[in-house]
Design a protein. Sequence first.
Lengths: 172, 115, 557
Amino acid sequence: MVLWRREGFAEDAWAFLADDAEAPETGSIVVSLKRWLAEREALASRTGPVGVAVDAGADAQAHLPELANRPLVALAFAKFADGRSFSYARLLRDRHGFKGELRAVGEVLIDEIPLMLRCGFDSFDVTNAPTLAVLEAGRLPGPPIHYQPGSGGDEAPAGVRSWRTISAARQG
Amino acid sequence: MPDVITANRLADGVVVFQTADAGWSEDFNRAAVLPDAEATKAALARATEDVTRNLVVDAYAFAVETRNGHVAPKALREAIRAAGPTTRRDLGKQAEGHAPLSGPTAVKEADHVSL
Amino acid sequence: MYHYDDFDAAFVAARVEQFRDQVARRLSGELTEEQFRPHRLMNGLYLQLHSYMLRIAVPYGTLNSRQMRKLAEIARKYDRGYGHFTTRQNIQYNWPALKDTPDILAELSSVEMHAIQTSGNCIRNVTADHYAGVAHDEIADPRPYAEILRQWSSLHPEFSFLPRKFKIAVNGAAHDRAVIQAHDIGLQVVRNNEGEIGFTVYVGGGMGRTPFIGRKVREFLPERDLLAYIEAILRVYNLEGRRDNKFKARIKILMHEKTLETLRDEIETEFAARDAKALDLPPEDVARVAAFFAPPELEPKKPVSDRVERRKSKDSRFASFFASNVVAHKVPGYVVVTVSLKAIGAVPGDASADQMDAVADLAEDYSHDELRVSHEQNLILPHVALDDLPAVYDRLASVDLATANAGAVTDIIACPGLDYCTLATARSIPVAQRIAQRFGDGARARSIGPLKINISGCVNACGHHHVGQIGILGLERAGEETYQITLGGSADENAAIGQITGPGFSSENIVGAIDTIVETYMGLRRRDDETFIEAFRRVGLAPFKEALYERSAGSDI
Ligand code: HEM
Ligand code: SF4
């Protein structure tokens, strides 16, 4: 697994914990939504920050408001064709004011990354080899102009027609 | 039931049939007829290698039978795929002289006369 | 009609280059078929029975002559000299090579066309009334809204991986010619008491193996809220539509499982909670797009043409063409001409490259450079001066496109079926051809009056058989083609799903069965102008059932 951000490949400061793994006293950890809901208080008494991983299948919508103050939320793409996390991302960013790191995990493929960026994701756990190859070559596919406002924070209105936008600088 | 292996060529989509030397032919009549399940399995394994090598896509086996002394696809779908559209005899393999030598009975239209 | 500006052109060009790169990566083996499939589908490229199949969008069915000539050129250069116009106002080529498809898309972009989102689990080509802008009963031209939706839905970051395909249709006239209630979202343009434009919104229509007629979720949606409301519908669907079973993944199933009331509440709640990013649709932007669709300036003329009347009186074929394929334009002295792609015995919806060129020439010479594709799989010349009609007719006749059967028993909608489609269980085209040959284009066909027959080659219902007044569904039983008949379907503002008559018919007997149904109708209609559907609504299924299964020796149970 390799971590990619808009600026390029990066070190991952976060440790994803299995539900039965003991939480270390310090360091940045990510736990499942289920565990976070059950052990929220205990986890808060640690010194390190706690992120939450949300499985698209879980009925996560109800919990989005309380996730908004987390430093990191990881949204899963169990299969690349399962597009629910695109909506969760937009709701977190635009409706619930989430300012933390939004991580895409699961089947993260090159041609979906531009869409994910536009929905407000800013870090990506990548395992797929062709995807890594294209990211290494530093080219993101697809047009830098759009027919809808995005939630990625780098788009400006294109002037004519309210729905059009332009990405300022998509590649770091 | 004897089988034949088919696939589409990756670059142009043309329907091809596996030949006895594990190559591919556009002509159904040159396809290797696989007598039993074991032969089919081995041939499919070879075909899958060609899928992996990105020469063909969608390789699968289909049943054939002997009709009027010729090998012919059993199902109408495969008969049409091996010959071309029944509504356009000028298109597909039938237009290039590659149709199965014996078509399935179902392709023959009942004759209807306008009132 | 709409014209690309630099933004649109750059977008489509970038998309073509992205696909060129994906095809190159596929051909070099960098991408597997699994990884490539969603990309090719997002660009309208399928793998079909004989080869690849490329589906190109004709947004809301409007074309100019340059675009039609390009379609002809592509047919000649990259395909087998013809194309197939579909019920979704698309055109499909049946034989393109994968390696040529980036070039085909580049050629299309040169005439402002594309294949974006003609397949895949995304928002598909938005369809509209093919008489848009010329119909008498129009409240507003639906095409500006369809164009705005086309743009807004293109590569939508949130809605490109929906549970299943998503189809939107817009109708702007009182009479529904866009089958809006058979779509995931159907929009009917309306005016409220204050005279403001808005939409009645239907959700959850769809065909396939479980057909549903769309249900009303909003009586009046202000124009301004169009995009925000559709976003709300799509968000609810994206999050809650079933993803465990692709046969239950359409929004119609979500509505069925949740009930209309619950789904409506969820949509309204989502809409009410919209944030600053939700799109407002300002009237200036609508006006800017609408300006592209301004009708050509037509000088009103005498509503009756001596030239036409003279020709009618001495040429009975022309007279029947006039009666069936010509309707009045909203400007007096002009007509809307249906170019039938249903010559007796022809493949419904197919047009040769030469025919496409001929129709393009006619559009240029006589129809202000405009053409339409109808969901009935015909072409339309929307702005023909009445005086020019004889000339137009003669030129259509010279390329076998003047069959006088629009809306008649032989104007059959048929999907490609087993002759082309991998999913098919039976052939559709030969059945359509044989039915057309049985009824022909003589006095008998004319005496039958308007009648819509729809044929699909499998339960996916691409031929819309559920809403055909006579629907035919091709199935396979023990290796043989069998055809199930439904009666009483309707595709207009009184949309209804047809009722199954009973056991299916063999390929040999299906044409006879249709004949029996037609004869039964002719026998029981009250007047010559009581149409099939009116008669059916009056008498129901019983007399037809009896004729098919008890009296007819032709049926095989
Ligand atoms: C030849 C390749 C085609 C394939 C593989 C294909 C596939 C499908 C499938 C799987 C469905 C069912 C969708 C569902 O219920 O979720 C469907 C529906 C439909 N297709 Fe096709 N189709 C093809 C060609 C066509 C053509 C040629 C037309 C137009 C003549 C067409 C128009 C439609 C329409 C109108 C529906 C039903 C409306 C709906 O519920 O979406 N399709 N198609
Ligand atoms: S209805 Fe079935 S046979 Fe016809 S085009 Fe659609 S999928 Fe193919």
